[in-house]
Structures are given as structure tokens and as C-alpha cells.
Write a protein that binds this ligand. Structure first.
Ligand code: DGY
Length: 323
């Protein structure tokens, strides 16, 4: 019997490819990223395992085209690009990579938060553009302290909790909104208070989004919310761009309904230098690098391979959704 066939929509680390090649007939997409749905469809027909990325839309139509597919292993914690319900119905396993990227993403969240409130990137741009003309004035480039400020965490899963842990050591007050409150023990340990969404929006000095993108969270952060936020408040997003209505955010920033934003994720990626957000000084932008550390990306590759192996042999991936 020949080796089972697997397909990767993009390459991953050499050590991971080596492991995959020992067991499978491996094909890797090398052309334009993301792979077109037509090409992916033609590939998915005959494979048993698929390794994909958060921008590869794996909908029911694609799943229907797969005749032998046993597992979809995504190199991401996000699973909103996969129709997991449909995969479950078709008894196709879905593996993903939570936990290993929690700290990296929480660290980036904190970097963005400190950057935007202390105007770090803005200062860097000022120097690079030759605009730093006068030394050390009382009112120059002043930012905001985070100590004693209220951080509102929207979505208290693994990453939201890791952000809370960091915020606690920065002496911030932490409130959160989640589908359900977490246990009293956890609230006590992290120094958290559960609040309604409305309270989170109106009381926070900084709001950080850590929820998955779902029907309920799609475009949730819109003008209605921005108008309710303190006009001294900042918005941070390292989860999924589609949770924010970007058109409204640009208006809210320009009209000073809020004080600033720091974003790692966008409605459609990549964004380019002409995106309206790039024209606003009190905005920090990073190119979807939440999990992008050498160590974390290696761990993600390891889990992606393990999830794939388990799924192909009919077992549940280490981190599995649905079936
Ligand atoms: C994920 O894993 O879903 C992240 O968005 C990638 O950094």
C-alpha cells in the first residue's frame, strides 16, 4: 500500500516537513498565498490530511469535494475559517494549536497596549521623519499611565486570562466580559471582576479583545460601542479583525470618540499603506504577529503535525474541535 497523501496550503518548518515525509506523500502549495479555492478543491479531492492556515477558507463546499479526508489540521488557534460543524457531520477531525501560543499572544497584546498608550511607535515615526526638533518639554509626547487604570477584557479564554495575569502585575484594575463568568477562584487569583458588556465598554480605560470571531461577535465593536467608550479610552485587538467595524473605528478615531487603537488583526488581510488606519497617528498596527515568536511557531508546527497524525489514524487530535 502506498503512502497516504497529505496537502499543505503553505510550507512549515523543515523538521516538521521531514516528519511528514517519513509517513506521507506530501504536497505543498508554493504559488500565490492564499491558495485559490479552485486549486484547493482539486487537491482536497484525493488527500487524507490537510494542513491549512487561518486565511484558508474551508467551507462545506470544499469539505464535500473531499472523498478521503480524515483530518484538517490548522496552523492556528483560530478556527473561524473552517466549517467545523460540517466537518463534524462528515466525521472529519479538526485539529488546532491553542495553549502553545497563549503567552506569545498575550505578550504582543501588552506590547501593543504599552506602545499605543505611551506613543512608542509614534515617537519612532517622529524621529525617523526628522520631526523631533526640541528637547524634553513638559507637554511633549505625553501618554497615559497604565497603573490604576481599568483594563476591560472582552473574552476571558486562555489568552484573555494571560493578559489579565500581566495586567495584574502592572497594578491595573481588571474587569471582563465573557459568555459566562469564570469561577470565583479564578476571579480571585487574577483579581478580576465580571461585568456586563455595557459596563465593560463604559468603564474601561483600555479594552482588549480576546474573543473568537463568530456570528455573535462579527462587527460587534461598532460606532454604537465607540460612542459609549470613554473618549480617553484605547482599543486593542489581537484576536480577529472582523470583530471590529473598521469603517466605524476610523471615524471614531478621527472624531476623537476614543483616544487610540492598537491592532494586530484586520477585516481583510494583508492591509496596505493606503489603508485609512495608517493615516492616523494614535494607532499602532502590526501585521498579524500574535503568535510569531521562534519558539511558539516551532511548537505550533509540532502540534500541527501531531494533530494531523492522530486524525489520519482515526484518533482525536491533541487539540480538537467537533468530531
Ligand atoms: C491564530 O493562531 O489563529 C493566530 O491568529 C495566528 O497568530
Amino acid at each position: 500500500m502506498g503512502k497516504k497523501r497529505i496537502f499543505l496550503t503553505r510550507t512549515i518548518h523543515d523538521f516538521a516537513l521531514k516528519k511528514l515525509r517519513e509517513r506521507y506523500q506530501v504536497e505543498i502549495h508554493t504559488g500565490k498565498i492564499p491558495i485559490s479555492q479552485i486549486k484547493l478543491r482539486s487537491k482536497i479531492e484525493n488527500i487524507e490530511g490537510l494542513i491549512c492556515f487561518p486565511y484558508d477558507k474551508i467551507g462545506s463546499d470544499l469539505i464535500d469535494a473531499a472523498k478521503n479526508l480524515k483530518v484538517i489540521s490548522t496552523y492556528s488557534v483560530g478556527i473561524d475559517h473552517i466549517d467545523t460543524q460540517y466537518a463534524k457531520k462528515k466525521k472529519i477531525r479538526v485539529g488546532y494549536t491553542p495553549e502553545v501560543l497563549t503567552d506569545a499572544t498575550a505578550d504582543l497584546t501588552f506590547s501593543l497596549m504599552l506602545d499605543v498608550v505611551r506613543r512608542v511607535s509614534e515617537g519612532d515615526r517622529i524621529i525617523r521623519n526628522g520631526k523631533w526638533r526640541q528637547i524634553y518639554g513638559a507637554f511633549d509626547y505625553v501618554g497615559m499611565d497604565v497603573q490604576g487604570k481599568t483594563l476591560g477584557i472582552f473574552g476571558l479564554g486562555r489568552i484573555g486570562s494571560a493578559v489579565a495575569k500581566r495586567a495584574k502585575s502592572f497594578d491595573m484594575k481588571i474587569i471582563y466580559h465573557n459568555r459566562k463568568p469564570v469561577s470565583k477562584n479564578k476571579e480571585k487569583r487574577l483579581g478580576l471582576k465580571y461585568v456586563t458588556l455595557n459596563k465593560l465598554i463604559t468603564q474601561s480605560d483600555i479594552i482588549s479583545i480576546h474573543a473568537p470571531h463568530t456570528k455573535e461577535t462579527d462587527q460587534l465593536f461598532d460606532m454604537k460601542i465607540f460612542k459609549k467608550m470613554k473618549n480617553s479610552a484605547f482599543l486593542i485587538n489581537t484576536s480577529r479583525g472582523k470583530i471590529i467595524n473598521e469603517v466605524d473605528l476610523v471615524i471614531a478615531l478621527n472624531k476623537k470618540f476614543i483616544a487610540g487603537a492598537a491592532l494586530d488583526v484586520y477585516g481583510s488581510e494583508p492591509i496596505n499603506e493606503n489603508h485609512p488606519l495608517t493615516k492616523i497617528q494614535n494607532v499602532v498596527l502590526t501585521p498579524h504577529i500574535g503568535s510569531s515568536t521562534k519558539e511558539t511557531r516551532v511548537k505550533m508546527a509540532e502540534i500541527t503535525v501531531k494533530n494531523l497524525n492522530l486524525g489520519i489514524s482515526g484518533k482525536k487530535p491533541i487539540y480538537s474541535v467537533g468530531y
